[in-house]
Write a protein of this length. Structure first.
Length: 281
């Protein structure tokens, strides 16, 4: 049985548990503050209770260039409700009073830089966050960010993409911790019906340069997707489909129920797909 380092984050420990059980992880993304931070608190607990292995809390931003229309609308609603990075960090603190589910702050770099790297890292760690993904921060510009976050024992998660060369993937893997987030397709976020045909080859390229867990996102929404990924990756990231459940729900309680139902279906598909590592080098 794998025994994670005592200094590892909740993220690393959870992936070690998933590896031991041969199970695909489910990483759930929601936009914090949509429609309010109080609602998001309930959503996080509903997702954790339904079996989400890691939860990404999206920090709303005025110019979410990597996000499709569903998450863009969620960011707009969250900003209108007054959500800020400081408010999302306070939300993490509230969650920690009820749950130990691994939490990732998913943000563009501008809000982090505006708050101040040291102040952000200290506050995030003290609140109980486990990792950070700054979507528009490149490895070449991340030295101070990585150093300060590492000092506060926060994982730094970076994005790999189908357009990344092998040399680029080596750089991305070298600066990542916790897991490597692999974008399944070019373009912005959004639920899709089919996964790209070239995804297995992309995963093989990433496996060749890192031993980090690989989480695949962008376009993942259905149990069928999760069943396929069970032979490829370590986790599936589901975002737009969950955000859509929130957008379409008639009440906060209805949204909690819908999030829980979808997450349970995804986890069931993940549990069934136990034959993993089919594309391991």
């Amino acid at each position: 049985m794998s025994v994670p380092d005592a200094n590892s984050t909740r993220i690393s420990k959870r992936f070690a548990e998933l590896r031991d059980s041969g199970e695909l992880g489910i990483i759930a993304y929601i936009t914090a503050g949509d429609p309010s931070l109080d609602a998001t608190f309930k959503f996080v607990l509903a997702l954790a209770a339904a079996g989400a292995d890691v939860i990404e809390l999206g920090v709303p931003f005025s110019d979410p260039l990597a996000d499709g229309p569903t998450i863009q609308r969620a960011s707009e609603r969250a900003l209108k409700s007054g959500t800020s990075l400081a408010g999302v960090i306070n939300l993490v603190r509230r969650v920690r009073e009820s749950s130990q589910v691994p939490l990732v702050l998913f943000s563009y770099y501008n809000p982090i830089l505006h708050l101040g790297l040291e102040k952000f890292a200290r506050a995030a760690r003290e609140a109980g966050a486990d990792g950070v993904l700054a979507t528009d921060l490149t490895p070449e510009e991340s030295a101070d960010y990585r150093r300060i976050l590492a000092e506060h024992h926060l994982d730094t998660i970076f994005l790999g993409a189908p357009t990344s060369t092998d040399e680029r993937l080596v750089k991305i893997a070298a600066v990542s911790s916790g897991f490597l987030y692999l974008i399944s397709r070019t373009g912005v976020t959004g639920a899709k019906d089919l996964l790209p045909d070239d995804l297995p080859a992309l995963v093989r390229r990433v496996r060749a340069v890192t031993q980090l867990p690989i989480a695949i996102g962008f376009g993942i929404s259905l149990p069928a997707h999760v069943a396929v990924l069970g032979g490829l990756a370590d986790a599936a990231v589901v975002g737009s489909a969950l955000v859509s459940e929130i957008e379409n729900a008639t009440s906060i309680d209805a949204a909690c129920e819908a999030l829980g139902s979808r997450t349970r279906a995804l986890k069931q598909a993940a549990t069934r797909g136990l034959s993993r590592r089919e594309v391991a080098p």
